[in-house]
Ligand binder design. Structure first.
Ligand SMILES: [Zn+2]
Length: 374
């Protein structure tokens, strides 16, 4: 693949826009998930709200009840918080490329049948300009990000984080509700995770990818610890990764006209996997060497989702160089002793460093931004 924009994907990218962009209200569908608000006594709600804010690292949050959702091609979710009713109009929108493969490494790498795709894109009926990206986990719970003109909302279930919370309760918060973390990226050290996207925004003069549309083929690798954090479940690991990819793709599509298609996911289920260190740069070196030597999945960029607790305050690292995507024969001699020259379109995220979706999305968006030189 040559060129920075990985050209063959452009048509697919445009198609994705026609599905999810500029929707008209006529495309709306009838509500399938009536919302029940106030199912808890007020005092109990207040306590749950406080507990949820604590669990998700938020200054404050709202709560909403969203009934269990079944994956259908179209969904409308009625959501009430702050006394206002909102409707999310969602269309199922798999990020999987036509060539998508799921492989499990249980000592031997082998193909397995992928579970159904559970990712969605859509809009807010009350504000069709707002774009929504979402995923529905296999327990029917909604994880969503809503990009407004000048704000971002996040919705995620509270049940797994707080004992005793009903399965339908979800936390709703804005980006300004998220407390800063003291964790940082291994590349730049001091970047705030409150930053919504990699530094490759419009204000970055050397960021050449901004010139046009592009569809980026991405592949993911999940180490054993990441699989374990997803309940030792391959389908849960897949939906978790695809959720992150879908929400990150929504940010990139909105800000830099790049969207992602997933060409493959590898889930490592048994130790030893190829990744043994918790030191960020050596871990990136191991990932780089393994993928460059085995080339397991065609892609423009590959990302390791690690469940390891990375040393120090670092939660992610990626190769940063102009033109690292789709091309290049880079020397790693200064960083990775013994690793042969090769592709450098790699990065990694300790995605579960935070319990909040906002932080998790920002991290991987940020690390991928480095691969474009941001
Ligand atoms: Zn960084």
């Amino acid at each position: 693949m040559s060129g920075k924009y990985c050209g063959r994907g452009l048509a697919i990218c445009s198609l994705a826009f026609s599905i999810s962009g500029n929707p008209s209200p006529a495309q709306d569908v009838k509500p399938t998930a009536p919302t029940v608000i106030g199912a808890l006594p007020e005092a109990q709600q207040t306590k749950l709200q406080t507990d949820a804010a604590e669990a998700f690292g938020l200054y404050s949050c709202r709560l909403a009840s969203i009934s269990r959702l079944n994956i259908q091609d179209e969904l409308s979710v009625r959501l009430e918080f702050d006394g206002i009713i909102h409707h999310l109009s969602l269309q199922r929108n798999s990020l999987r490329d036509a060539s998508f493969t799921l492989r499990v490494d249980d000592g031997v790498l082998h193909l397995v049948e992928p579970p159904p795709s559970r990712t969605y894109t859509g809009w807010l009926r009350e504000d069709p300009i707002a774009s929504v990206a979402a995923a529905i986990t296999d327990d029917g719970q909604l994880h969503a990000m809503i990009l407004l003109d000048n704000d971002t909302w996040y919705i995620e279930p509270v049940g797994r984080k707080i004992g005793g919370a009903a399965i339908d309760w979800h936390v709703v918060y804005r980006k300004g509700d998220v407390k800063p973390t003291n964790r940082s990226c291994g590349v730049d050290g001091a970047l705030s995770l409150a930053e919504r996207i990699a530094k490759g925004g419009n204000d970055t003069p050397n960021h050449t990818i901004l010139a046009g549309n592009g569809l980026t083929e991405i592949a993911f690798d999940a180490d054993v610890e990441y699989y374990q954090l997803n309940g030792n479940s391959v389908p849960a690991t897949v939906v978790d990764i695809e959720m992150i990819a879908n929400l990150v793709s929504n940010i990139y599509r909105g800000q830099v006209d790049i969207c992602f298609t997933i060409t493959g996911i590898i889930v490592r289920t048994v130790e030893p996997d190829p990744y043994s260190t918790t030191n960020s740069t050596p871990l990136l070196c191991q990932f780089t060497q393994h993928w460059n030597s085995t080339n397991p999945v065609g892609r423009d960029v590959a990302h390791l989702m690690t469940g390891k607790e990375i040393d120090g305050s670092i939660i992610g690292v990626a190769w940063r160089a102009d033109g690292v995507i789709c091309a290049g024969n880079f020397s790693f001699s200064g960083f990775c002793p013994g690793v042969p020259d090769g592709r450098a379109d790699y990065g990694l995220s300790q995605s579960r460093f935070s319990s909040s979706l906002a932080n998790r999305i920002n991290l991987t968006a940020h690390e991928l931004g480095h691969n474009w030189g941001a």
